[in-house]
Design a protein around this ligand. Sequence first.
Ligand code: BGC
Length: 780
Amino acid sequence: MITHSAFSVEPWTLRETELDFDVLAQSESVFALSNGHVGWRGNLDEGEPHGLPGSYLNGVHERHPLPYAEAGYGYPEAGQTVINVTNGKLIRLLVNDEPFDVRYGRLRSHERELDLRTGLLKRTCEWTSPAGCTVRVRSTRMVSLTQRAIAAVLYEVEAVESTVRLVVQSELVANEQLPTVSGDPRVSAVLESPLVPEENVAVNTRLRLVHRTAVTGLRVAAAADHRVEGPESTESFSESNEDTSRLTITCDLSPGETLRMEKIVSYGWSGVRSLPAVRDQVEAALAGARGTGWQGLVDEQREYLDSFWSRADVEIDGDAEIQQAVRFALFHVLQAGARAEQRAIPSKGLTGSGYDGHSFWDTESFVLPLLTYTSPNAVAEALQWRQATLPAARERAAQLGLKGAAFPWRTIDGSEGSSYWPAGTAAFHINADIADAVVRYAAVTGDEVFERETGVELLVETARLWLSLGHHDHHGRFHIDGVTGPDEYSAIADDNTYTNLMAQSNLRHAADMVERHAEQGTALGVDDEETAAWRDAAEAMTVPYESSLGVHEQSSGFTRHQAWDFSATRPDQYPLMLHFPYFDLYRKQVIKQADLVLAMFVRGDCFDERQKARNFAYYEPLTVRDSSLSACVQAIIAAEVGHLRLAYDYLGEAALMDLKDLENNTRDGLHIASLAGTWMALVAGFGGMRRTASGVGFAPRLPEKVRRLAFTLQVLGRRLRVEITDSVATYTLLEGDPLEIRHFDEALTVSTAGPERRSVPAVTARPEPEQPPGRRPARR
Ligand code: BGC
């Protein structure tokens, strides 16, 4: 764990007051700005020093071969990797004759501040060059949430004590030199110089570069324009070559004088459009943003975020660190999904190249729940992206000898990118996770157009997969054998409870949805016989239960596996998959991440209170949390079964994953699922929010240290605010027609006429279960 000593704890801001080179890469992820389409890591303006330079365009990737030592049918042949696109944030500065580089001279002060309300990243520093000239540099950076192709920087340099001669080089740079990020030479090869030049232009203050990726053939364009204000001596010229387009500004600054430069950058890419079309696209976006102007962009950003916070804010009294962390989390999840617009939401968002920029079930099971209640449009778009990839998913299913669609475990372009099939292809649950996201979105928004145009097709094709993947045994029970559930330390298991219960709900909802949208069902070739078969399979679904222990099994036979020898496992041997062979992990009782415990959250209706408590107590001592997707889920169920203290500890782990770099890998990008999980742990854990047949219900319970928790949600077009103290829950409808909700077992209607208050019953604490030795979450 790395603690970034310099992050201060503030409710709406993340502030760094020292520049620590050891955590530079982590801070680049934490200070990354993105709108889901364009992503800029928090690299220093001058480019160096850096941990990992990063400019990303959602969907822009390269392909590389995936060779196997032993061939096998159906192995994906190509891997996909996100690439670093043209860097538009680069601004180099020469002070007299020395480059502004914080590794030299003296950095007299440094501050970076990410303001979660304005969406701006501000940097202020004072630097004395080795020759003794001091300048003050201020930069303000944004990636626009309102104009999706646009990012911008306001760069200001002030002379402090003596007159200085400045040279500012504002650039667009393609094929930047990167530190080696992959040990695999095939991956490094495509990452090294991924962009083939097509066009470069520099005219006055305007720059443009157009490139193409070599294998995927994606055309990537970036354009920039500048407004410069400086003393009379200010001059500028621009020049361009294949990979660099540069505006150079020179001036002499007297003490107190400032050189001010606004840089607006626009990005565009396409796999089909011609060079003139993509060029025009970025020029048009740039013209639009120039019209808005820097201040206009800043104002729009604030307005966009004000509206987001009015729908999504979470307030906590009693824990300033979690207060900051949850807003940081909401901000980054919004950034990851806000304008992804029918592209994937990668597991790291656009904050780093970790996991090769792939998206996983993290999107549907962690990110979309938060967005469904706060930014529903982004959810519709994300699921429309899945729909757009149906041709690849159908092809994959056919290749595997299955019906319907088999969505990829990890992907950028919709094709399977996992070369390790036991934790890739076999993790079929992603299909049900997508279906569940469809059902959740439709239920929480009431968006019928989406149901008809997107929902039906996704549910039908995923339901078809389950029917062909599973089978009825001679007693009529339905089994889904040989699959991998969420726990990646068990694989190719029979009847994984999570998978089966999610498939069951997928099958039932598909049948219901086809009944509601008969025309769409018929168009997809669904008849009564097919829906009856779905319902039969759902009805007969196997849910393994071990009666001698009184617990549900994670999968058939799981509880009779040998126990993992935790006493012989050293603390430095986690994550286990890097120190023990998979074959051994697979055949023992040891769990990477919440699996059955997750089933108890998403299919809570299938377990009674006693079962939940017993199951939780059984699986806790086996769960090592080698995945960042685990703590938030454990928080939710711990809270539900009455371990509020433990739930609070798990919340801390999910919330501080990146701010404290708990897994030592934040440098590769943020853990977007864990960030979203922070919100889930608060809203579903302590707020006890669950989806009900008619909407939402709450069963609030606060841990001792939290005096008040308040959150706002968007449900069926209404804005609902929930405020919880240790004894009272207050439900306020901020906007919209009366809404029926539940408070524990009571149905109540909230309206804008006034808040409804209900008492919160005290929770009887149970004895806390143990975690594997050394794996207890840090006590808060
Ligand atoms: C987890 C998966 C997750 C992936 C990407 C893995 O370590 O086991 O559940 O989807 O990381 O976050």
